[in-house]
Design a protein around this ligand. Structure first.
Ligand code: MIC
Ligand code: SF4
Length: 647
């Protein structure tokens, strides 16, 4: 039986465990990336491991999330990150150089390599045949130090693409179709591997749109083969020497197969408030207030050129506001030089920095009750910065059509000819905003710059004998990390855990933080009760780190998403799932809970543990590896690693 491409690359990087889907394996990581919103904490954690340099082939620190710089906090973080890069031997991509995933794809991602990033959209690099995964910052810090990264050995879904896309239908519609089929839940522990003749006609930036938003299904990663399209892209980026051909074996066996005929896909949109809420655009016909084009999903050269061609010579309707954030300085400079930027400006677009910006809700929030059409990948309620807004996710051509007409509708009704834009044979290459690592002998002289907003990462105590506490909050299904630990205007506190902790669950329950802190100070443990798919979305480890700081000891949920579950373990919070889901109904806010003998259960490897609430006994599943139990006993991955365990 042949190997899937996922299996081939993972087997080559296997350093712990045996390759059996469903079991935990340790993987050697070749490349890491961080961004500033998760990176500062990751490097603080790296520093506390006491290592003198990074042990990866390549690590890049990007600044793309917090570039608004209102107040000193963001700039202090940037200075800290630059000084860390100087000291430990990282590349540093300066603010203004672009969004981490877009820049990594352009300049660093390589077929056959493993990449771990402290951002959930790291799988973007799967577009060039890399096994690229998102993780919490602490996991990335450990990988930078040479430690393995642990995942559940994935089952592989084969997404078999046949046929060709019709005009006005794009890669974004392909991934929206995948989301319609797979939904945003139930895919934990899987990887998506794309094959079929339809793949051959998709360029690398198109593939990257698909692997990027694959994150919304909850799969560990998504990957395309490395073929002549990959070679064409790497050649155009002046990196042709890094190309190697990679494909699954002819007789590879997959755990699931989905076939999609590209010629049958229509322009689609994800309606509020989930990327999995996918509908054909022609069913919508909605008046639009705002259109935002950009993000790591859709801000490539071809994406923006297509938009520019569509709007050239036209005028933006008075009721619509249009913002455009090119994904990288390479893209921005190219459209500046060829005149397309001027077409966009003349049309009425507001040109934003090459950064995450609007996507993370830290600028251009739409007005209350508005309809905002965005080319990004997440439309969770309130993520745009306006909880009353209705955000629809679409392709750039659907977004441009909405900007032209003020209506979110099928772009084919515009009756204009489709501007076919080719990927250039040579991209403009200028890496002057990427500072390379200093030669090794000069690094130790670099001093780390720490502003007043940057605190030490808090370290948890080892696991107590029993958990004795109360349900401090009970939440429903699909609670995202944006609900647990809001970004937007609160983002600037990422390096200041006590301050950021004041905003845990802010969008759902403003009193949570104060309530939890009081209980913690009185020696009472906090517990979170949740429904299905708890912790969807971002990789932000603050959604575990800050609850840990507030004294949360366990999450009792119907199910928990992959990255968040590992983050909980990394910060000493026990992820538990109900053996009988109906027990969820019996636990109310404020209910007292005792989980006797948790420490012992972790030590002995029990798979089920009993919790007592009043007269009721509740069975909870502990689906944890031996290593994860060790981490929980130590109080988290940092104490566990400092104790010398994670090699
Ligand atoms: C996101 O898109 O939600 C983010 C902001 O990029 C996060 C990372 C973060 O919270 O800093 C992600 O996707 O992991
Ligand atoms: Fe940045 Fe948005 Fe991409 Fe997250 S999803 S990395 S916030 S552009």
């Amino acid at each position: 039986m042949g190997y899937t491409l996922t299996e081939k690359i993972l087997r080559e990087h296997l350093v712990n465990g045996s390759y059996k889907p469903g079991e935990e394996i340790g993987i050697k990581i070749d490349q890491t990336l961080t961004q500033d919103a998760t990176g500062t904490m990751a490097y603080l954690q790296f520093e506390s491991m006491g290592l003198s340099k990074i042990a990866t082939e390549l690590s890049v620190s990007y600044v793309d999330h917090n570039t608004i710089q209102v107040g000193f906090e963001n700039s202090d973080d940037h200075a800290y990150l630059q000084s860390i890069a100087e000291k430990y031997g990282l590349y540093f991509s300066r603010p203004g150089n672009g969004i981490c995933h877009q820049v990594h794809l352009e300049r660093f991602a390589r077929p056959g390599k493993t990449l771990l990033g402290s951002d959930s959209h790291t799988p973007t690099a799967g577009g060039v045949g890399s096994i690229a995964m998102g993780a919490g910052g602490l996991d990335v810090a450990v990988a930078m130090g040479g430690g393995a990264y642990y995942i559940t050995c994935p089952r592989v879904i084969n997404v078999h693409l046949i046929g060709s896309l019709r005009l006005w239908v794009t890669a974004k519609d392909v991934v929206l179709k995948v989301l319609q089929i797979l939904t945003t839940k139930g895919n934990v522990g899987y990887a998506c591997e794309y094959t079929g003749d339809g793949v051959e006609r998709l360029t690398v930036p198109e593939r990257a749109t698909i692997t990027n938003m694959g994150a919304e299904t909850g799969v560990t990663t998504s990957i395309f083969p490395s073929d002549l399209q990959t070679k064409r892209f790497l050649d155009a980026q002046g990196r042709g020497d890094q190309w190697i051909p990679l494909a699954p074996d002819e007789d590879a066996v997959y755990d699931k197969v989905i076939e999609i005929d590209l010629s049958q896909i229509e322009p689609l949109a994800a309606a509020p408030h989930s990327p999995g809420n996918v509908l054909p655009v022609h069913e919508l016909n909605l008046p639009v207030d705002q259109v935002m084009i950009g993000s790591c999903t859709n801000s490539s050269y071809v994406d923006l050129m297509t938009v520019a061609e569509m709007v050239k010579g036209q005028r933006l309707p008075h009721g619509v506001s249009l913002g455009i954030a090119p994904g990288s300085r390479q893209v921005l400079n190219t459209i500046a030089k060829n005149g397309a930027l001027s077409d966009l400006i003349s049309f009425g677009a507001r040109i934003l920095e090459s950064a995450c910006g609007f996507c993370i809700g830290n600028s251009l929030s739409p007005r209350t009750d508005s309809v905002s059409v965005r080319t990004s990948n997440r439309n969770f309620k309130g993520r745009s910065g306006t909880s009353g807004a209705n955000v629809y996710l679409t392709s750039p051509v659907v977004a441009a059509a909405a900007a032209l007409t003020g209506i979110l509708a099928d772009p084919r009704r515009l009756k204009i000819s489709y501007p076919v834009i080719e990927m250039p044979e040579h991209f403009e290459i200028d890496d002057s905003m990427i500072i390379p690592p200093l030669p090794e002998g000069t690094r130790s002289k670099a001093t780390v710059r720490r502003g007043p907003n940057i605190g030490e990462p808090p370290i948890n105590a080892p696991m107590s004998e029993d958990i004795r506490g109360v349900v401090t909050i009970k939440v429903g299904d699909y609670v995202t990390t944006d609900h647990i630990m809001p970004a937007g205007s609160r983002l600037k506190y990422r390096s200041n855990v006590p301050k950021y902790s004041e905003f845990v669950f802010e969008p759902m329950d403003k009193e949570f933080s104060a309530r939890a802190a009081t209980l913690r100070d009185n020696g009472i443990h906090n517990l979170i009760v949740a429904g299905v798919s708890y912790g969807q979305g971002s990789s932000r480890e603050h959604a575990a780190l800050c609850p840990m700081y507030l004294g949360v000891k366990a999450v009792l949920a119907k199910s928990i998403e992959r990255i968040h579950a590992s983050n909980l373990v990394n910060f000493g919070i026990v992820p538990l799932t109900f053996a009988d889901e109906s027990d969820y109904d019996s636990l109310e806010n404020g209910a007292e809970i005792i989980i006797p003998g948790i420490n012992n259960a972790l030590e002995t490897g029990a798979e089920v543990i009993k919790a007592i609430s009043g007269r009721k006994e509740i069975k909870l599943k502990m689906d944890l590896s031996k290593r994860q139990r060790g981490i929980l006993l130590a109080g988290g991955l940092l104490p566990y690693t400092v104790l010398g365990n994670n090699r």
